[in-house]
Design a binder for this molecule. Structure first.
Ligand SMILES: *Cc1c(COP(=O)(O)O)cnc(C)c1O
Length: 403
């Protein structure tokens, strides 16, 4: 047997061992097991039925306001404006903080495509930043050094000397619910006078130091899509401590209609981005259970962490020291030498009943973003070859939690 064959054989055994761990952690669950399924064990049915019974199913109703107030309280922010989805929320947030046609907005190369799409929806240009291994989010030190090299300040504003465009904002994304190192990123934003937006789509309930994510951005955006930790079917929210921005967000997302009992008067080009009451009803029911959900998710993550501690070829991604993560999607990081077996792992996992996914393709590799400005993205590119998500639904944590 050649060394090469021996190596392939041992690689194959390593992959099977990685999946054996899933067999142990997820024993007793029905197969196939999805990556992240919604879970409705509370008052979801009751509240949705109330919408149907009262016929308040659309963009006005008591659940919308309640959801906004309760979510703001939960996050510890002044205001929340509920919207149709996270992408629309990001689009609005960027517009409201003053991102204009032709501006550049710093976004991580490793994120869901919606982060960069929202920038493009403003006719602005995503400018891709690299990630750091310890958080999977933007590397503040690398960003700071990079900006020092390419930027010029004109008055208060930061410009990209390579493209001549204004650099207006940074979107921090909390990957899989793990907070980026926000304090360090805030320093970078202050140094270059950039506005911070948090794409907290994945991090509902996650804490950075002592506060929930969503507290640092001038505006922060959550998603309540069906695969997120808390779901409203489809939905999102803009969170902010700026009252004026919140009032404007509410106005612009409701077609910019001037309040009046019967007249249709609109004072600017608005959007139809309000969350319908029926979705907010689901959200209210889910929010009542969020702390339980987080406990279950952390219980599952702890079990994975323990079981993968001594598994060859792979490590379980752990929350950064300064954070308490919601562990939205659990992630494995393959050792460099096994990264070429990533797709084998995913395919064999699938055969054995486990839905697994690779990390997103870094966005600068997608056709519509190939020509966008970017820094060195070596960590992003390396991560994309070796990070794999494993089943993470809230209810999978149940058995361990109760045991
Ligand atoms: C889910 C998600 C979004 C978009 O949310 P939608 O509600 O699906 O529009 C944006 N950014 C990130 C990082 C996400 O994971």
């Amino acid at each position: 047997m050649s060394n090469r064959e021996r190596f392939e054989l041992s690689g194959s055994a390593v992959i099977d061992n990685i999946i054996d761990v899933l067999d142990r952690v997820l024993a007793g669950q029905d197969r196939p097991i999805a990556l992240h399924e919604p879970y409705f064990p509370g008052k979801e049915w009751e509240y949705v039925k109330e919408c149907l019974d009262t016929r308040w199913v659309s963009s006005v109703g008591r659940f919308i306001e309640r959801f906004e107030v309760e979510l703001a309280e939960y996050l510890g922010v002044k205001r929340v404006v509920a919207v149709v989805n996270g992408t629309a929320g990001l689009h609005m947030a960027l517009k409201l903080v003053g991102v204009e046609r032709g501006d550049e907005v710093i976004v991580p190369a490793v994120t869901f495509v919606a982060t960069a799409n929202a920038v493009a929806h403003c006719d602005a240009v995503p400018h891709f930043a690299d990630s750091e291994m310890s958080t999977l989010g933007i590397d503040p030190t690398k960003l700071s050094e990079y900006l020092a090299g390419i930027s010029v300040m004109r008055g208060e504003e930061c410009f990209n000397s390579m493209t001549g465009r204004r650099v207006k904002a940074v979107i921090a994304m909390h990957t899989f619910g793990h907070p980026v190192d926000i304090d360090r990123l805030v320093e970078v934003c202050e140094r270059f006078n950039l506005i911070l937006i948090e794409d907290a789509a994945e991090s509902i309930g996650s804490q950075y130091k002592t506060k929930q994510t969503g507290n640092w951005g001038k505006a922060s955006v959550f998603s309540f899509n069906g695969n997120k930790t808390l779901t409203t079917g489809g939905g999102g929210a803009i969170a902010t401590n700026d009252e004026e921005l919140a009032n404007l967000a509410k106005h612009v997302t409701t077609t910019a209609k001037v309040p009046h009992p019967w007249e249709y008067r609109h004072d600017r080009i608005g959007y139809n981005y309000r969350m319908p009451n029926i979705n907010a009803a689901l959200g209210c029911a889910q929010l009542e259970q969020l702390d339980d959900f987080l406990r279950l998710k952390r219980s599952l993550a702890e079990r994975y962490l323990k079981e993968y501690a001594n598994c060859e070829g792979v490590s379980f991604f752990r929350e950064p020291d300064f954070a308490s993560s919601n562990y939205w999607l659990n992630a494995l990081v393959l050792d460099e030498q096994y990264a070429h077996l990533r797709d084998v792992l995913i395919e064999r996992g699938q055969e054995r009943g486990y839905s697994m996914r690779p990390l997103w393709i870094p966005l600068h590799k997608l056709p519509m973003f190939q020509a966008c400005p970017r820094m060195d993205l070596s960590i992003a590119e390396s991560l994309s070859t070796k990070v794999v998500n494993i089943p993470s639904s809230v209810f999978l944590g149940k058995e361990h939690d109760e045991a």
